[in-house]
Ligand binder design. Structure first.
Ligand code: HEC
Length: 112
């Protein structure tokens, strides 16, 4: 019985360790605020980045991206070298997390 409890306890610790290591940028949570700033600075030239913002329709608005793509898809898109109009973007994983967090907030707003 004791041995069984020890094994179960060990599995619990392992589970927590795996869960912790699975969270992306370590202990620091992504910042949607930093993402919003980044978007306004680097993305607004082509995308409508604010929920009700005006802008160009040369690129999909961030609200429509939020509604059509999962955060995982957005991350994956931003991690790759970009499609032609967005070539040259080389975001750090931190920046990708932040801007993805920001885009995710637009999804909630659009649903209400
Ligand atoms: C030079 C113009 C331009 C800039 C600047 C730009 N984008 Fe884009 N982006 C586009 C265009 C055009 C598309 C649609 C065509 C495509 O998918 O490549 C696009 C597509 C995307 C998509 C994928 C949409 C989908 O269909 O899944 C994401 C996500 C995205 N942009 C995020 C960003 C972020 C974040 C920034 C700022 C760091 C940014 N873009 C800056 C032009 C731009």
């Amino acid at each position: 019985m004791r041995a069984l409890l020890a094994v179960l306890g060990g599995l619990g610790v392992l589970g927590v360790a795996l869960w912790l290591s699975a969270s992306p940028a370590g202990a620091v949570a992504p910042s949607a605020d930093a993402g919003a700033e980044l978007a306004a600075r680097w993305c607004a030239a082509c995308h409508v980045v604010a929920p009700s913002g005006a802008g160009t329709d040369a690129a999909p608005s961030f609200t429509s991206i939020a509604n059509q793509r999962s955060p995982d898809e957005i991350r994956a898109f931003l991690a790759k070298p970009h499609a032609r109009p967005m070539r040259g973007f080389n975001l750090t994983s931190r920046e990708i997390e932040d801007v993805t967090a920001y885009i995710a907030t637009l999804h909630q707003k659009a649903e209400r």
